[in-house]
Design a protein. Structure first.
Length: 450
């Protein structure tokens, strides 16, 4: 199928896209100053600010959000009377985890086996590059046919709600007719997909204390209450025998009626070791898109190296609970906290602290914007029909935007397909997906303009 002039322009812009993505990936923009200097996030935000200005955006601003991070805003005017489209991405990234497990340095974009590797390459620095490439291509073919607002968040991965609170305090800033969230991904490489639902989330720290101080395990072990053992029992109570999430009072039996996820494909995508079973019951789609899921993200306790023969006086864990559409995240937080406190053995003292929270989201896939996106994706993907799927992850801003702008149509696309391995070591992006989705977004903006 011969390429259209617009498609050829998008293809010609790919070397620039790779260069800019490499520059952006180089910033260690983890929005947690306990892990990386805040200056890394600030440098990334300044890079985006300079880039938007160079691309002709007006009113470009660094927004100081209530959680201490910065988001970047810019406005690109279109023809008089044209609709306004808000394009979203985030520049903050997950920490690289074990840097020794990366085949190439996590903050150095590296091409290998037809993919570009680096932290944030897909989630979600690549999303910003996708937006910029689409707009640049349109400028070379008659101009951008809509008014465009771009917002690039600085703390999405931390779930600390800075941009949500800022938007609520400045409701006129992000108003738009349609909103494209560039932070999800195709169900599979080459299969154009929009995300219809997102799970919400709550993030809590649980502290367990039993003694005034650590004790010699030979002298006191066997009778002295061990805080680490108590924490282990509490965490174990969050799962049934089959691994299903069991938070008292939280429904966990919903089903997913749309696109299904074959178990063999899931095992391959998740890189499950041979002989290791999956968690829960129902279909894979039920488990990852329609039901709650608990994950213990970290435990503070003595490491094996250097451990002493001691009964532990205190231990702490960070727990994530994903909640499906139809479940209120605030209510889920209360249920989780009550469960953790009730499950404590031996009268152990338990303190639960909420760290982050975001509501689940369900898009209106019958809106005119989805018709335009379906047509755009089909053209960009050589006739492949658009699919709709769920996503187990969370984008807390979506519900804030939906509440602030109930008439706006919200679409979710992006580069985080399964091979991207976002949040894991060796995250990567498919340059082919970047090219096709950039083209699809440009085509969408044309069609949406009418």
């Amino acid at each position: 199928m011969p390429q259209s002039p617009l498609a050829r322009t998008v293809a010609a812009l790919q070397p620039r896209a790779r260069t800019e993505l490499a520059e952006l990936v180089a910033f260690k923009s983890v929005a947690d100053p306990a892990q990386f200097p805040k200056s890394e996030c600030e440098a990334a935000a300044n890079w985006i600010t300079d880039t938007l200005r160079a691309d002709g955006f007006q009113d470009v601003a660094l927004l100081d959000t209530p959680d201490g991070t910065q988001s970047v805003y810019g406005f690109l005017p279109g023809p008089a009377g044209a609709p306004t489209v808000l394009l979203y991405a985030h520049y903050d990234v997950q920490p690289p985890l074990d840097e020794t497990a990366w085949v190439s340095p996590p903050f150095e974009l590296t091409e290998r086996d037809g993919r570009w590797y680096g932290r944030g390459a897909a989630d979600c620095k690549g999303g910003l590059i996708m937006h910029l490439t689409a707009l640049r291509a349109l400028k070379e073919h008659g101009g951008v046919p809509v008014n465009v607002k771009v917002i690039v968040e600085g703390s999405e991965e931390q779930g600390t709600g800075g941009l949500e609170r800022y938007a609520e305090a400045h409701p006129d800033l992000l108003t738009a007719d349609a909103i494209v969230i560039g932070d999800t991904g195709n169900f599979r490489v080459g299969l154009p997909t929009v995300t219809a639902t997102l799970r919400g989330m709550t993030l809590v720290r649980v502290q367990v204390d039993t003694l005034e101080g650590n004790l010699h395990s030979g002298q006191f072990g066997g009778a002295a209450p061990d805080a680490l053992a108590a924490l282990i029992r509490i965490l174990d109570s969050l799962r049934a025998e089959d691994g299903s999430t069991t938070v008292t009072g939280l429904a966990a039996d919903a089903t997913w009626d749309g696109l299904q996820y074959a178990e063999e494909d899931f095992r391959k995508d998740a890189k499950v070791l041979d002989g290791v079973g999956l968690l829960g019951d129902g279909t894979i789609a039920d488990r990852i898109w329609a039901r709650p899921a608990i994950t213990v993200l970290g435990i503070d306790c003595p490491p094996v190296v250097g451990a002493t023969p001691s009964v532990q006086a205190g231990a702490r864990a960070l727990i994530s609970l994903r909640v499906p559409p139809g479940t209120d995240a605030a209510e889920a937080t209360k249920l989780l906290a009550a469960h953790l406190e009730t499950a404590a053995p031996w009268g152990a003292r338990v303190a639960v602290e909420q760290v982050g929270q975001g509501q689940a989201f369900r898009a209106d896939t019958t809106s005119p914007a989805y018709t335009s996106m379906a047509e755009a994706l089909q053209e960009a993907y050589d006739g492949a029909e658009m699919q709709t799927s769920g996503m187990g992850g969370s984008i807390p801003l979506c519900n804030t935007l939906a509440a602030l702008y109930p008439a706006a149509e919200i679409l979710l696309i992006g580069l985080s397909e399964p091979e991207a391995q976002i949040h894991a070591v060796n995250e990567s992006v498919s340059p082919q997906e970047l090219e096709r989705l950039s083209l699809a977004e440009a085509l969408f903006l044309r069609r949406y303009a009418g």
